[in-house]
Design a protein around this ligand. Structure first.
Ligand SMILES: [Cu+2]
Length: 441
């Protein structure tokens, strides 16, 4: 996108037309698609929402993901009551109450403009119709867009499908004369939202091993209004040395995760740091020592080498008796130091239903509460932690960005740590190899 205020109206009009044209071409009267009823009949309903708003997928490797979805007039797709049930677990394990984008903040390098796409630029209203070929093997659900620009607010805009991700594991068995290997399967849930010239793909990937990966992909076109930046603030993308220069900019994407491990929001947060020291006398190699710090108060955290965080269940333990947890694994990021709310990689705030967007939050969360996530980190004790992640991408355009612009991705994962007592995809023959073991016979 990226339009100055003069051209905003023009751009928005073009967007509206596109959506209307597509909506007109969509099948009339197509109701919401039903969820894929693949769960084992004995499984209790984990997601208490009506069928139209339920996503339930049993992957071929035996893992079932369940969740509810809704569509927010600013955040777009919101996934709720997300649970994970690998084979061998008697009931679904709740992971998250709510998972959603928390903002996409886009400042331009020339200092002329910056956008809060979710709360300031109608991200949600830009939901795009998806062609069946964009959701191979899956189901496209109809989404009613709040405050739609179109006469018909219904958009065939939510794809749920499955995808292979290559090896889940491989092991040359010493105890059996065979190779143990399996292909990993993912449930994918995604939408495409047009904002000005850009199209953002919001993708949620639920792996059969319990990992959840959330990514924003930016595609569409470079803004047609920003082709004049020299002085190291842009990159030539047309013919020759005097070509138009596309202005560089950042996409700072935030996610907001409201954890509810084992159904309880009283989770705790821990930070781990490791220190490597040179060998002392008599040691052959450097030593590495890892320490845990309990995060009991709100946090503005900085990623660094040898540092990680996890959210720990208040109640649930796996069959080994270890507390269930999910580890936060950030993807590559370029942290933008230009705004107070982009200065840190991870924020943990005490739950407040008004605190929904990392910047330009529309709600008034109380006197002096401020409009951005950094302001909400003010020393409260954490009894119901909400995790915010900030993943930045500095986009210096290149010739290949025309045309269309290839998708550039940014995101992170949450990875189970001790949610199950073993690899949830362990084949039955290896189920005894938990902890200290040695080959039998
Ligand atoms: Cu960009």
């Amino acid at each position: 996108m990226r339009v100055n205020s003069n051209s905003k109206a023009r751009t928005r009009a073009a967007v509206g037309l596109t959506v209307a044209a597509l909506a007109a071409g969509a099948t009339a009267g197509a109701g919401p698609a039903t969820a894929q009823p693949k769960a084992a009949p004995a499984a209790p309903p984990a997601a208490d929402c009506s069928a139209a708003y339920r996503v339930e997928q049993k992957l071929s490797s035996g893992t079932t993901w369940r969740m509810c979805w809704r569509y927010d007039g600013k955040a777009g797709l919101v996934l709720e009551k997300i649970s994970y049930q690998p084979k061998g677990e008697p009931k679904p394990i709740r992971v998250l109450n709510s998972a959603r984008l928390g903002q996409i903040h886009v400042p331009y390098d020339d200092g002329n403009v910056e956008y809060d796409d979710l709360t300031g630029f109608d991200f949600a209203q830009g939901l795009m119709n998806l062609a069946p070929s964009e959701c191979p093997g899956g189901t496209i659900k109809t989404v009613k867009v709040p405050d739609s620009w179109n006469e018909d607010p219904n958009v065939k805009g939510l794809c749920t499908t499955t995808r292979s991700r290559g090896h889940a594991y491989r092991m040359q068995g010493d105890t059996a004369n065979k190779v143990f290997q399996a292909e990993g399967k993912d449930l994918l849930v995604y939408t495409v939202n047009q904002v000005g010239w850009y199209e953002y793909m919001t993708e949620w990937r639920f792996q059969d091993d319990g990992t959840i990966t959330m990514n924003v992909g930016a595609t569409g076109s470079l803004s047609w209004d920003d082709y004049d930046a020299g002085d190291g603030r842009g990159w030539p993308i047309g013919k020759g040395a005097s070509a138009a220069k596309a202005t560089s900019h950042s996409h700072n994407a935030f996610w907001r995760l409201d954890f509810a491990l084992d159904g309880s929001t009283k989770n705790t947060v821990e930070q781990y740091d490791s220190t490597v020291t040179a060998p002392t006398r008599g040691q052959r190699a450097p030593t590495t020592r890892t320490t845990r710090t309990k995060v009991t108060k709100e946090l503005a955290g900085d990623s660094k080498s040898y540092r990680w965080w996890r959210v720990v269940s208040a109640t649930g333990k796996n069959k080994d008796g270890h507390a269930r947890s999910y580890e936060i694994v950030p993807g590559p990021t370029t942290k933008y130091p230009g705004r107070s709310y982009t200065k840190h990689d991870v924020y943990v705030t005490q739950y407040n239903k008004c605190e929904l967007f990392a910047s330009n939050n529309p709600g008034n969360c109380g006197a002096g509460a401020g409009k951005s996530v950094d302001k909400w980190v003010n020393g409260q004790s954490l009894t119901h932690p909400v995790v915010w992640t900030n993943i930045g991408f500095h986009h210096i355009a290149r010739d290949e960005d025309q045309q269309p612009m290839p998708v550039h991705w940014q995101g992170f994962s949450i990875v189970p740590r001790d949610v199950t007592a073993m690899n949830p995809l362990t084949p039955a023959e290896l189920g005894w190899q938990n902890g200290h073991w040695r080959p039998r016979g």
